[in-house]
Design a protein around this ligand. Structure first.
Ligand code: ZN
Ligand code: ZN
Length: 139
C-alpha cells in the first residue's frame, strides 16, 4: 500500500512506499505556530528513501528551537508547507499531515514543545507531552 498526498494547488504530489508513519507528533514550537497560522503542526515521520516527490518545492533553511538545522519545503506555487528535513537525521523526512490525501492515517502519538504554546492551546489529555524536543523514533 502506498500513502499519497500533495499541496493545496496540486502542483506538488508525493507517494510514500509505507503502510504507516514511523511516528506522528503534534509540535507547538514557535516556528510551527507560524506554519500552522496560530495552531501547532502535525508531522509524520517516514524514511526518506520511501518518498517520491514531483513538483516545485522551495527550501527555507533555519535553526530550530532544538538547535538543529531544519530545511522546510514549501510549494513554490501555493506556499503549502509539505516537508521538513533536519540535518542530524538525513535518512528521515517529515511530512506535514495536512498534505496527506487521508490525514486519518496519521494520528498524533505525542505533543512536543508545549512550553512554547499560547495559553489557549488545547492538548489531548490522552497523549504524552514534552515541554521541548522529544526523542525521534529510530529507523
Ligand atoms: Zn501548491
Ligand atoms: Zn515545531
Amino acid at each position: 500500500m502506498a500513502i499519497a498526498g500533495g499541496c493545496l494547488c496540486g502542483a506538488v504530489r508525493y507517494e510514500i512506499a509505507a503502510d504507516a508513519p514511523l511516528g506522528v507528533r503534534q509540535c507547538w514550537c514557535r516556528v510551527c505556530q507560524y506554519l500552522g497560522a496560530g495552531s501547532g503542526t502535525v508531522n509524520a515521520i517516514f524514511l526518506k528513501d520511501a518518498v517520491t516527490v514531483s513538483g516545485p518545492l522551495t527550501d527555507y533553511v533555519s535553526i530550530a528551537d532544538s538547535g538543529s538545522v531544519m530545511r522546510r519545503r514549501f510549494c513554490t506555487e501555493c506556499g503549502t508547507p509539505v516537508f521538513s528535513e533536519t540535518d542530524p537525521r538525513p535518512h528521515q523526512i517529515i511530512v506535514r499531515v495536512g498534505t496527506l490525501d487521508d490525514p486519518n492515517i496519521a494520528r498524533p502519538g505525542a505533543i512536543i514543545w508545549t512550553k512554547s504554546a499560547p495559553s489557549w492551546a488545547c492538548f489531548d489529555p490522552d497523549l504524552p507531552q514534552a515541554g521541548g524536543q522529544a526523542a525521534t523514533p529510530k529507523a
